[in-house]
Design a protein around this ligand. Structure first.
Ligand code: HEC
Ligand code: HEC
Length: 211
């Protein structure tokens, strides 16, 4: 009887021990796999975040270039030239961005560039953003400008997709056909739109303050 029991117990113990070993191994393998996934997830997210921010810094260069900034001033007077000096002749934004009283933008700015040095540039409906949605670029850091572009209350109620569409308008495209004597933005139009798309596709990540 004793021998019988002994014989019965022995294989049982072995089975128990092997089950334990198998359990330990599989838990270890599983958690290792899980960890592995977690690690590669964060590194993809980190990579995307870096790519997104880098793309925004390229976009930012264009936004801050004179052709764009001159229509996105901090004050209510448009700017002129590569030195962003105040527009002379007492020109002001006005509620709709089209000028005040008799000094309408369209008095001087035609639907195309007037040829010759220091002549008024033009596209149809040349104007500044309206006074209730001023879309200021001048003086904004990359952090502040990215926040502004993402904020529907400050960007004319546009989604990020609308933002890409907006780049297709005459006012924006004009910067690459700016008329005699004016410099163009630092990126080509196609590269600018491409970088904007990368910024948005990779999460529209806002660069940190102080950069
Ligand atoms: C002649 C003036 C003018 C010029 C030049 C101009 N803009 Fe604008 N921009 C505007 C106006 C006006 C608006 C407001 C929307 C509208 O009325 O089309 C605007 C709106 C915007 C917005 C905000 C839209 C949004 O979705 O948040 C962006 C971004 C923008 N412009 C980028 C640019 C860039 C980039 C350039 C240069 C390549 C540029 N602008 C040149 C007048 C101008
Ligand atoms: C009295 C005529 C006149 C009026 C009115 C006028 N402009 Fe101009 N504007 C000019 C002339 C001329 C230039 C070209 C100056 C130069 O290149 O030296 C110019 C240049 C500009 C530029 C600079 C473009 C650049 O990138 O260098 C902007 C921006 C501008 N005007 C915006 C406006 C807006 C917006 C209005 C209406 C609110 C307006 N202007 C009203 C005559 C006018």
């Amino acid at each position: 009887m004793k021998i019988h029991q002994y014989h019965f117990l022995k294989p049982d113990r072995i089975t128990l021990v092997s089950i334990c070993i198998i359990l330990v191994i599989s838990v270890a393998t599983l958690s290792f796999k899980y960890d592995d996934k977690k690690v590669s997830h964060t590194s993809i997210a980190e990579k995307d975040s870096i790519v997104s921010q880098k793309a925004f810094l390229q976009v930012y260069k264009v936004l801050m270039s004179p052709r764009c900034m001159n229509c996105h001033p901090a004050g209510d007077v448009p700017l002129q030239g590569d030195d962003n000096h105040l527009h002379p002749q007492g020109v002001k934004r006005g509620p709709e961005g089209k000028g005040l009283y008799a000094l309408k933008c369209s008095n001087c700015h035609q639907s195309e560039n007037t040829p010759g040095l220091n002549m008024p540039p033009g596209v149809p409906d040349w104007h500044l953003p309206p006074s209730n949605m001023r879309l200021v670029f001048q003086g904004r850091s990359p952090h502040d400008l990215a926040m502004q572009l993402k904020n529907r209350k400050q960007n004319g109620n546009k989604s990020l997709h609308d933002l890409i569409e907006h780049m297709n308008t005459d006012l924006v495209k004009w910067a690459w056909e700016p008329g005699d004597g004016r410099s163009k933005p630092p990126l080509s139009y196609a590269e600018f739109v491409n970088q904007l798309k990368i910024w948005i596709d990779k999460g529209a990540v806002v660069p940190p303050r102080g950069r």
